[in-house]
Design a protein around this ligand. Structure first.
Ligand code: AMP
Length: 280
């Protein structure tokens, strides 16, 4: 695997990329890799002749009060894991490469960024879409691979690709979970043992909602209530939102008569976790 580190100019990335056999698959990440990331890399290896992985903790998608500086990093381990998974090129741009001092162009997807994560994290998706657009332009992949773990993110990126005619196919892959159900996340490392146990309320509440749905419940308010009650019963959990929304538009549903996205953000202690499940 070729590793392009530190302040390499875009020209060097382009040169390395141009040597790769086509088609090229891209897996954008923020590093501190786990099985969720590696499932994307492995699928990218199956579906493309070459795989480029980026690791970039993108400052513009973090709010000033967020965990940017504390975000976990372990580059040596990431390199080993990516080598084993079969990636061909690892690009590690720095903030200076991505955002030079005169940077002034942003990608802003409007409606679908408004609810859920967009409402709770103002400016977050503007940072995400801008950096992903830059990664697409720099790497020019035929396919890009994203996890359903960040359900709204992938919906927003699909919208951007459609709206701006970007010549890239978006592939979405399922959430990889720990054996007990907790969705894998780099942020799980922040949890102490007690919080790690409490964090199971996210997947448990989704499972309870799905089981009610499978028993015939179609009232979205009741489905939201089932999730809320389970989360509120856990003393270490603080619910930020639960949602039962139209899978396509992310607008809240009254009745579950179409494909739906159940999603939530919950603080466990100081750690903000998200999880989701698709129904129908
Ligand atoms: P991140 O490093 O958190 O920005 O994630 C990079 C990519 O990995 C995104 O497309 C995420 O949706 C995806 N991802 C993160 N966690 C998981 C998981 N548990 N299962 C599947 N994909 C994941």
């Amino acid at each position: 695997m070729n590793v392009l580190q530190k302040n390499i100019a875009l020209g060097e990335l382009r040169a390395a990329r141009s040597m790769l056999p086509e088609p090229v698959g891209l897996v954008p990440t923020m590093g501190f890799l786990h099985e969720g990331h590696l499932s994307l890399v492995k699928r990218a290896c199956e579906q493309s002749a070459s795989v480029v992985v980026s690791i970039f903790v993108n400052p513009t998608q973090f709010a000033p009060t967020d965990d940017l500086d504390a975000y976990p990093r372990d580059l040596e381990r990431d390199v080993t894991l990516l080598q084993e998974a079969g990636a061909n090129l690892l690009w590690l741009p720095t903030p200076d490469v991505m955002y030079p001092p005169d940077f002034q162009t942003w990608v802003d997807v409007e409606k679908i960024t408004q609810p859920l994560e967009g409402e709770k994290r103002p400016g977050h998706f503007r940072g995400v879409t801008t950096v992903v657009a830059k990664l697409f332009n720099a790497v020019q992949p035929q396919k890009a691979f994203f996890g359903q773990k960040d359900a709204q993110q992938v919906a927003v990126i699909r919208q951007m690709v459609r709206d701006l005619n970007m010549p890239v196919e978006i592939v979405t892959l399922p959430i990889i979970r720990e054996r007990d159900g907790l969705a894998m996340s780099s942020r799980n490392t922040y949890l102490n043992p007690e919080e790690r146990r409490a964090a199971l309320v996210l997947s448990k509440s989704l499972a309870a909602a799905e089981s009610a749905y499978e028993s015939g419940e179609r009232d979205a308010q009741i489905i939201r209530k089932i999730m809320e009650e389970i989360i509120n019963a856990e003393p270490l959990a603080r619910l930020e939102y639960v949602s039962c929304a139209n899978f396509e538009t992310l607008e809240e549903l009254e009745m579950l008569d179409k494909k739906a996205l159940l999603s939530m953000a919950v603080y466990i202690g100081k750690t903000r976790l998200i999880d989701n499940r698709v129904l129908g």
